[in-house]
Design a protein around this ligand. Structure first.
Ligand SMILES: C[S@@+](CC[C@H](N)C(=O)[O-])C[C@H]1O[C@@H](n2cnc3c(N)ncnc32)[C@H](O)[C@@H]1O
Length: 225
């Protein structure tokens, strides 16, 4: 059993894909997909020795060493063209780190069909990076697990033009306005409102930034009613 978060990431991996999971930790995601028969080949990339060793052990314990190669590598250095990777997942890291991993290995992305990205924060920076580097978001998902909210971006080559609102709230998520989306942004608005209450009246610029953020959230949530 993998987490609802990883299960949702997995649901966007195309049937029969050759998968690279960057930052695989225990290799839960590739193991799940191979065991279900959804894919046949995967690479689990991990840059830190401890998690790399857990991934190797886990893959061995599941008897999948012939189907899942675990590689100790930084980001996209885990594969080259001969691996014919078609889908890359990067989950459970900050949005800026995900963008920097993609940027560092940018040239290798030309033959990859799909990226499935699950940033833990700074989704806005990641969306901006994708827009500036010839990628388009083709689907998004949001979920809540153990009190945390997670956004998942499904990305392919192409152009997109995001408004400021799309960048912050997600082009698909802000149209769908699911109950989880509403919960996430209501909670965020409450936090910002609390922070605003702590800022003295004389710090007008600081107050204005927060007030604008709260206003943008209210607009997105009200637009759905
Ligand atoms: C919080 S864990 C997430 C594990 C798994 N992807 C998940 O979503 O449950 C992040 C993992 O990414 C690894 N990591 C961070 N930066 C990396 C990089 N540049 N290349 C490969 N792995 C990286 C960390 O060592 C860690 O094991």
């Amino acid at each position: 059993m993998i987490s609802k978060r990883l299960e949702t990431v997995a649901s966007f991996v195309s049937q029969g894909a050759v998968l690279l999971d960057v930052g695989s930790d225990h290799a839960y995601l590739p193991i799940e997909l191979v065991e279900k028969g959804h894919i046949e080949l995967a690479i689990a990339g991990e840059v830190v020795v401890g998690p790399y060793q857990s991934a190797v052990k886990n893959v061995e314990n599941h008897g999948l060493s012939d189907k899942i190669q675990v590689r100790l590598a930084n980001g996209l250095a885990a594969f080259d063209e001969s691996d014919q990777v078609s889908v890359i997942t990067i989950a459970g890291m900050g949005g800026r780190l995900i963008a920097s991993i993609l940027e560092e290995g940018f040239d290798k992305l030309a033959h990859v069909e799909r990226l499935i990205l699950q940033p833990n924060n700074r989704e806005d920076d990641l969306r901006n990076w994708l827009q500036d580097h010839g990628f388009q978001i083709i689907a998004e998902s949001i979920l809540e697990e153990a009190g945390k909210f997670y956004e998942i971006l499904v990305v392919e080559a192409g152009q997109m033009k995001l408004s400021a609102r799309d960048t912050r709230f997600g082009p698909f998520l802000s149209k769908e306005v699911s109950p989880v989306f509403v919960q996430k942004w209501q909670k965020e608005a409450e936090k910002l409102q609390f922070a605003l209450g702590q800022i003295p009246e004389k710090n007008q610029e600081e107050r204005r930034v927060l007030t604008d953020k709260i206003k943008a959230i209210k607009e997105v949530l009200h637009a759905s009613k």
